[in-house]
Design a protein around this ligand. Structure first.
Ligand code: GCU
Length: 344
């Protein structure tokens, strides 16, 4: 049944190589990521020793990046590492807010389960609006310089920032560097998938309710379409993407390529049953199609559209469909912990 559904979508086949897939996604959708810094430094700004009852003190660290252009850019990251002297796997949570505790991040529960948690606020990198003079965008497009058609949109800038946090994490002996999973919700779920696809150091990339231009196949998608998203949020993408509004069938790629570009590393897609704007069925279909890129055991699911309560943790792509609304909930995190626990 699902094979037939996929056949009807006429999805463009995944290219011969992952770099080819990634290059198309960057050129046509998100824009090429900013260049890596030539050097980085960091400074601890604050510590809260009482965070998580003192079990995982919270540090605010500023990451300073010197770009090849000679200009610098800095942003803060918040780090909670269990203080038991052991080495830990970690989550890198790209979030909407800086203040902790946060409704999308159950820090204490994550730390109690043995994870360190690093988080930054996307608005501290560049604000979520069309202002390209703000933050990292202002550093990249100096003096309001025009964005070329393949230059990065803001999702690519937030993904770049996730890689800078990874640069920092890789210097910390208390973290198991090859067990760091990047996660985000909604627009930041799109960002987490892109970070996972562009940076092979991530163990797993987790998309929570990312929908259109994230984890959902675009062809025959319900809810939000490319036209909807580029009309409201053109600045998330590169300008090349705008031409696909209303012309989804002409896209030389589809979103299963984004998940496929993470292979053979782990990917996880979560949908919420009432989140019809994101479209759970199209997110599930993207996992099915990406599973073929992973090969045997890539995505282990059942042969029908997903139902609330379904959990598929058997393959390299994890999936669950939670009851309820668009939200990054505790139940979602417990599923991520459970999936990663099987794979770590
Ligand atoms: C809007 C947008 C979605 C996005 C969501 C979010 O609904 O249309 O594409 O995922 O915002 O980030 O919450």
């Amino acid at each position: 049944m699902l094979k037939e559904r996929i056949r009807q979508l006429h999805l463009p086949p995944f290219p011969q190589s992952r770099p080819q897939a990634l290059d198309t996604l960057l050129r046509e959708e998100y824009g090429y990521l900013p260049p890596k810094p030539v050097s980085m430094s960091w400074e601890e700004l604050e510590t809260n020793p009482r965070f998580c009852a003192g079990k995982a003190p919270l540090k605010k660290v500023q990451l300073n990046c010197l770009l090849p252009s000679g200009r610098s850019f800095a942003f803060p990251v918040y780090c909670a590492v269990p203080a038991d002297g052991k080495a830990h796997p970690a989550f890198l949570h790209i979030n909407f807010r800086t203040s902790l505790p946060d409704m999308y991040q159950p820090s204490e529960e994550l730390c109690d389960n043995g994870y360190a948690v690093f988080t930054f606020c996307y608005n501290d990198v560049t604000r979520d609006n069309g202002d390209f003079t703000d933050g990292l965008a202002g550093v990249l497009f100096e003096n309001g310089e025009r964005r070329a058609d393949t230059d990065c949109g803001k999702i690519a800038m937030w993904a770049w920032a996730a890689s800078r946090v990874m640069d920092y994490i890789c210097t910390l002996p208390e973290i198991i560097h090859d067990r760091v999973s990047v996660i985000g919700h909604s627009r930041l779920g799109k960002t987490a998938l892109l970070a996972g696809a562009t940076d092979e150091r991530f163990f797993c990339a987790i998309s929570n309710d990312s929908g259109c231009s994230g984890a959902a196949v675009t062809r025959q998608k319900q809810g939000e379409t490319v036209k909807d998203i580029v009309d409201r949020f053109p600045y998330w993408f590169c300008k090349n993407y705008y031409k696909y509004a209303g012309r989804e069938s002409e896209m030389p790629f589809d979103q299963h390529w984004l998940i496929g570009a993470i292979a053979p590393r782990y990917a996880y897609v979560c949908s919420a049953a009432e989140d019809l704007w994101a479209d759970p069925e199209s997110e599930h279909l993207a996992c099915v199609a990406a599973g073929e890129v992973y090969g045997e055991g890539g995505f282990v699911t059942c042969d029908r559209p997903p139902r609330a309560g379904d959990i598929f943790h058997g393959g390299r792509i994890g999936y669950h469909l939670r009851a309820g609304l668009h939200f990054l909930s505790r139940e979602d995190w417990l599923n991520y912990i459970s999936f990663l626990g099987r794979k770590l």
